[in-house]
Every structure is written in C-alpha cells, then in structure tokens.
Design a protein around this ligand. Structure first.
Ligand code: FE
Ligand code: FE
Ligand code: MG
Length: 157
C-alpha cells in the first residue's frame, strides 16, 4: 500500500493486524468445517444440505483471501501454519462427529453466530478509522448473516 494509503489508517496497526489474523484463522476453520461436513453429511435432504455447505465453504475461502490481501497491504504477515488456526481463532472448531443433517447444521449455525460477532467487532474497531478494512469487514459480515439465515432455513423441516 502506498504512503497516503497507509497514513489514512488511524489505528494501532499491530492491533488491527492481530484482529485480521484471528479472523483469518476463523475463516480457515470455518472453511474446513463446512468442507468436511459436506463430505460426511447423511440423512434426509442430505444432498441439498451438502450443496449449501459446499457453497459456504467456498465463500469462507474467499473471505480468507480478502483478509490475507488486507493483511499484506497493511504490511503484516498472514498466519502461515495450520497449528496457529486453532491457537488464535476466535471461534471454536466443531468436528462433525455426528454426521446427521441436524447436528451439522447446528454446529455451523453456531459458527456463523460467532463469525457475525467477530466482524461486528472489527467494524466497531475500524469505524471512521480505516475505511478500507471497514468496507471489507462489512462485505464479509453481509455473507455471514446470509449464511446463518440459509442454515436456519434448512434446519426448519
Ligand atoms: Fe467467513
Ligand atoms: Fe460464514
Ligand atoms: Mg448460502
């Protein structure tokens, strides 16, 4: 990022980078939780749920990419080891040990609720201080809100 681009970020950059890396770890865990859930899910409407889980996995991966881009622009280093994902993540990783549609949907709904809180916090932190990160967080938040709603709708029989 250029000189003026950096100057307009009126925040503690280290603190901002820390929040962005934590969100990046969350996205990877969310990606994998959706992806593996899509592979193992069984039961009524399983194929419809599988398709939705796979779509969400792709969107989480896109969020990870947006975060990495912003971390690099801000002069930071994105998390580069899987070990760090669980260590620094805000949200828990729920392994789909129970492969029923209902259990997998419930796990991912709670993941989305955590993600919504993470991006709300990032929006509060960057509001009026860093419009670029704010805009990115808002774009991601919109999709997390949509994810929660999609899964809630699939849970209702
Ligand atoms: Fe996400
Ligand atoms: Fe999501
Ligand atoms: Mg969806």
């Amino acid at each position: 990022m250029g000189e003026q681009g950096k100057k307009i970020v009126a925040l503690d950059i280290a603190q901002l980078l820390n929040l962005l890396n934590k969100a990046l770890a969350d996205e990877w865990l969310a990606y994998y939780q959706y992806w593996i859930g899509a592979q193992v899910v069984e039961g009524r409407l399983g194929s419809i749920v599988q398709k939705e889980l796979e779509e969400h996995a792709e969107e989480e991966l896109k969020h990870a990419k947006m975060l990495v881009k912003r971390i690099i622009e801000l002069g930071g280093s994105p998390v580069n080891h899987p070990k760090q994902w669980i260590e620094i993540a805000n949200c828990r990783y729920d392994a789909p040990n129970d492969v029923s549609v209902e259990a997998i949907l419930k796990q991912n709904i709670s993941g989305e609720r955590c993600a919504i809180a993470v991006y709300q916090k990032l929006l509060d932190f960057t509001h009026t201080k860093d419009p670029i990160t704010y805009d990115m967080a808002l774009e991601i938040l919109k999709e997390e809100v949509e994810h929660e709603e999609d899964l809630e709708n699939l849970l209702i029989p």
